[in-house]
Design a protein around this ligand. Sequence first.
Ligand SMILES: Cc1cc2nc3c(=O)[nH]c(=O)nc-3n(C[C@H](O)[C@H](O)[C@H](O)COP(=O)(O)OP(=O)(O)OC[C@H]3O[C@@H](n4cnc5c(N)ncnc54)[C@H](O)[C@@H]3O)c2cc1C
Length: 449
Amino acid sequence: MSRCSYCVVGGGVSGLTAAYRLRAAVGDDATITVFDPADRLGGILRTELVGGQPMDLGAEAFVLRRPEMPALLAELGLAGRQRATTGARPLIYSGQQLHALPSGTVVGIPSSASSLAGLVDEATTARIEAEPGRPFSWRPGSDPALAELVADRFGEQTVARSVDPLLCGVYAGSAATIGLRAAAPSVAAALDHGAASLTDAVRQGLPPAGDGPVFGALDGGYQVLVDELVARSRAQRVRAAVVEIGRSGHCWELHDETGARWHADAVILAIPAPRLVPLLDEIAPRSAAAARRITSASSAVVALAVPLDTPFPPCSGVLVASGERLRAKAITLSSRKWGPRGDTQLLRLSFGRFGDDLAERASDEELLAWALDDLATVFGVTVDPIEYRVQRWIEAMPQYGPGHADLVAEVRAGLPSGVAVAGSYLDGIGVPACVSAAGRAVAGIVEAL
Ligand SMILES: Cc1cc2nc3c(=O)[nH]c(=O)nc-3n(C[C@H](O)[C@H](O)[C@H](O)COP(=O)(O)OP(=O)(O)OC[C@H]3O[C@@H](n4cnc5c(N)ncnc54)[C@H](O)[C@@H]3O)c2cc1C
């Protein structure tokens, strides 16, 4: 397999993990080229200094219930850089008040009425209590939007106040746009196996009670991972977008935006679904058609460094229920979540939901003003920023709508031999799922060659 040439299109965590895994699989002699037009590699992994401290302006954490990140960090010798949360929990902002995060839920779907105590009204509580006794029918394999299923069984308030805030934090989407199977696979599996009610399915689908932290992060930010993957992959970098891919004999020919042509034995496309479509139109029309149907949300992050003594409550942040009169969809009190460092407090607010164009349209000044307004409304605190950054992520958050897994299967099935895909629209939106999908892409390429 030596002397081969591989092109990886996209230098986010998916592309960089793919390049790293390719190097491990194909050895030192192969040429690996990573294309990305951005000013630096990492894509949505972007760490900058804010208030003199490294701060992630895109992804900032990873779930520890999945094995991929701890395993990758150990493999890269970075296990010692893993940080855990302080144990502070987020709150929910609903009905213009702060509430404890519901417990005993799967993405906010309650396993009992007590899960949502104080968050929903009496009628909703009664409805949740009565759910196991109501007639219930389930077609195994079906994949409704979460809003459809949960509103029917537990009422609209459960959707707006418990499910939506959690989904919005993860997907910048809502229960109306996200399918059950993607958001709550354990609940879908329990339903397929004959759970008698949604309550029963959620009880079966609850993650095992663990006392360890749910999230990890990297000391120094995600940049630490990006740097290590770049170094280990020993890939050459081309700072340009790929605009066309075609066949050239037994090889693939890539054209970048400068007009340069590149040849490769195999190609890994590690770019978001909307960017993938034009590259696949010619060589894999069936995949392109499926990828075209995957929609995405945009998001803007306002990161702030504020004086250490700014009196935020002892929580890791706030998730916002739908229908509230706030602009932000989530607030992360980073210094409370991960522990204080340095002589400022760091926090970030996220804006933009699927279907709105806030992240594209609002100016930096507007976003900052909204952030300060929302902090005053939610916490009653006047914030005086020492420094701020605005970062936009356009069409960065794929919506895992009903039937998403079928679309993904269609994308993969339509690919010609020697072309593989990686990215956050495939097997899960988070960084661990991207790491997993990149490994799968490389395994497929290596097997095909
Ligand atoms: C605001 C925000 C917060 C998030 N928080 C978390 C979190 O805390 N934890 C978590 O696990 N996940 C989080 N996520 C999700 C996670 O960050 C992403 O799923 C993941 O980083 C995606 O990586 P990727 O490499 O697939 O795509 P990207 O990071 O989008 O990288 C794709 C790259 O492809 C490049 N590119 C595009 N078109 C072309 C082309 N034609 N040619 C060459 N290059 C091209 C782009 O420049 C980009 O660098 C968050 C996402 C966002 C937007």
